[in-house]
Design a protein around this ligand. Structure first.
Ligand code: BEZ
Length: 211
């Protein structure tokens, strides 16, 4: 069975382009993004890892470590990273796991046999400091993911983890947020000194708490 939101992300040891790693040690006390792609030297994957590399600083600012995975071997990963760096004008600074025996792919439900018996689909997990799964997304091999959206969700997750708010549709960092239903309007007015706009008793906005 695949991992669901709130499940503990299982630990593992892996061979990666940055050497052997223990997943939990690699994450430390911060956040993590674990993403799989179908294969090395494929066009969509090349652009995906390029876009991820472009956002490395943004992920680091959010105390978030990235770890990619495919079932190809390590030598191939190293050669492919050179291609990604060259074609996408980046320096890939995060490790890529060589999951040749597919043990991690199976543990995380990254192989969807009715899509492909042999290759991982485009799975992505955001893992919180408590090592629990906060986001899962699954895309088919033919569609590259949007890493700006991944960053947007990370911003929402980090904000909602530390304040009693939720984020509305299409929200981006800095915009007004929603007061969660468990807080009364009276309590919200006390809690959010920047103000509370009551549109309906169940739909209340407050300015971004830390902007
Ligand atoms: C790609 O990454 O370009 C790709 C991989 C597998 C199937 C289709 C596209």
């Amino acid at each position: 069975m695949s991992l669901r939101l709130g499940d503990v992300a299982p630990n593992f040891k892996a061979k990666t382009t940055a050497g052997e790693i223990d997943f939990y040690e690699y994450l430390g006390d911060g956040w993590g993004i674990l993403l799989s792609h179908p294969a090395d030297f494929t066009p969509v994957c090349t652009t995906e890892l390029g876009k991820t590399a472009l956002l490395q600083e943004e992920f680091a600012k959010r105390n978030t470590k990235v770890l990619a995975l495919s079932v190809d071997e390590l030598d191939k990963h190293h050669d492919w990273v050179n291609d990604i760096n060259e074609t996408q004008s980046v320096i890939v600074g995060f490790p890529i796991i060589a999951d040749e025996d597919k043990s991690i792919a199976h543990m995380y439900g990254m192989i969807h046999p009715n899509a492909s018996e042999n290759f991982t689909v485009r799975s992505l997990f955001i893992i919180g400091p408590d090592k629990k799964v906060k986001l899962t997304i699954t895309y088919p091999a033919s569609t590259g993911r949007n890493f700006v959206e991944v960053l947007r969700v990370l911003d929402s997750l980090q904000l909602t983890a530390s304040h009693s708010v939720a984020t509305p549709a299409n929200w981006t960092h800095g915009e007004d947020v929603i007061v969660v239903p468990s807080i009364s309007t009276e309590a919200a007015i006390e809690k959010f000194p920047k103000g509370v706009k009551v549109v309906k008793p169940y739909l209340r906005y407050t300015p971004h708490p830390t902007k």
